[in-house]
Design a protein around this ligand. Structure first.
Ligand code: SR1
Ligand code: MG
Length: 395
């Protein structure tokens, strides 16, 4: 079968021929309820409900869904399926189960998270059950241990590099949208509101900032420490009470561990800028993330079987772990700052700013995000504790 864009009816026919999948749904194909719920920037997503089960079907389009004149290779679905398979054993219960990948249709068929809500929407509605960041801290620590050179034999890293280094189309999006566009004149950047024009101009001419962004470009492109989710923002997380799942691993690539940490924290920080009255709750979530992430990594790395640190002893290993955590902290701060800036002035901005009740408050929220973002990027490389990250955010 050749690739074609599936609508609800074509998806029904395709699922009906897949006995492994139609058995999960149950009943007659004609009775399945199929609803399109596409929400992200890139793909179409359908939820299919049958008499005994439900499925989530995600198909890559040959273009960016929200910008049809922007062509985009279909292979991102392949990389998402590879990512899910690579990390699934380490994060059981923290991501949806992948039931099937159809390579001809660039279609993923997954567990349907019917009761779950996207974390960003839950935060905006003030309905997120606190504690979700502990789960995300654990998720990142576990993926690092399952895929990082620091804990795996080098053959694992070599295999992952081979499996993911072809994900260049989506890595190109990251390189452009996160690491470059906000700091140059570029057609993809939306026209800023009038009050923000001077701030945007400043981003394009700030040599100190550009130098620090250059360091992070270097880290992102050359520090292949572990397999990254690559787009770990609050729209890539769903939750139902305490049940928290990470979705959308199509940006997966080998990269610096602090990238996933920084994107996650950056999105919490953006929410903080838009909803400053929630400072205590956001601070608690950020701390919970870092504590869980660093503790789980410390524990996991105490006894490693990687080729890195193969000569360390029980008395020398803790210092190596702390040095690694310090490096991750510095990267985390920088990537957090980059995410705050790009989500404020770049192509893919965040809905959180809709919480601001007046234009003036929204402008101030955006300016605050730009100021915190810049500080994290410029000063990130000299930070020594997570507390100093929080204080740079005014927390
Ligand atoms: C063209 S894609 C824009 C953004 O959406 C994705 O979720 C990534 O964050 C990407 O940067
Ligand atoms: Mg996504």
């Amino acid at each position: 079968m050749t690739y074609r864009i599936l609508d609800a009816s074509a998806l029904r026919d395709w699922l009906a021929q897949r006995h492994d999948l139609s058995e999960r749904l149950g009943g007659a194909a004609a009775d399945w309820d199929i609803r399109e719920v596409s929400d992200g920037n890139l793909n179409t997503v359908f939820l299919v409900n049958g008499s005994t089960g439900a499925l989530c079907c995600k198909q890559a389009l040959p273009h960016v869904r929200v910008a049809p004149d922007w062509p985009m290779p279909l292979e991102r679905a392949l990389y998402e399926s590879r990512y899910m398979q690579a990390v699934a054993p380490a994060v059981t219960g923290l991501m949806p189960e992948l039931f099937a990948y159809a390579p001809d249709l660039f279609l993923l068929v997954m567990e349907c998270l019917t009761e779950h809500e996207v974390l960003r929407s839950a935060l905006i509605a003030d309905q997120a059950t606190p504690g979700f960041s502990t789960v995300i801290g654990s998720y990142v620590a576990r993926t690092v241990q399952a895929t990082g050179w620091v804990s795996q034999p080098f053959e694992t890293g070599a295999h992952l590099l081979e499996q993911f280094s072809g994900n260049t189309a989506l890595t190109r999006i990251t390189v452009d949208l996160i690491l470059t566009d906000p700091y140059r004149v570029c057609d993809r950047n939306p026209e800023p509101e009038e009050g923000l024009r001077a701030d945007v101009k400043a981003l394009q001419t700030d040599q100190i900032l550009h130098q620090a962004v250059g360091r992070l470009q270097d880290r992102f492109l050359t520090a292949r420490q572990a397999l990254l989710h690559g787009d770990l923002h609050t729209g890539s997380i769903m939750l139902d009470g305490a049940d928290v799942r990470v979705i959308d691993g199509e940006f997966a690539t080998m990269g610096p561990i602090g990238f996933d940490c920084g994107l996650y924290l950056g999105n919490l920080a953006l929410h903080l800028c838009a909803a400053p009255h929630k400072a205590d709750a956001i601070r608690t979530e950020m701390l919970a993330f870092w504590q869980k992430f660093s503790e789980e990594l410390r524990t996991g790395l105490r006894t490693g079987c990687g080729d890195m640190w193969a000569l360390s002893r029980p008395d020398t290993r803790p210092a190596l772990i702390e040095t690694l955590l310090s490096e991750i902290l510095r990267d985390t701060a920088g990537f957090c700052g980059l995410e705050m800036i790009r989500r404020t002035v770049g192509f893919a901005q965040v809905a959180d700013y809709g919480l601001c009740t007046t234009e003036q408050k929204r402008l101030l929220a955006r300016q605050k995000a730009l100021q915190i973002g810049r500080t994290l990027i410029v000063e990130g490389a000299s930070l020594r504790s997570f507390d100093s990250v929080l204080s740079l955010m005014g927390l």
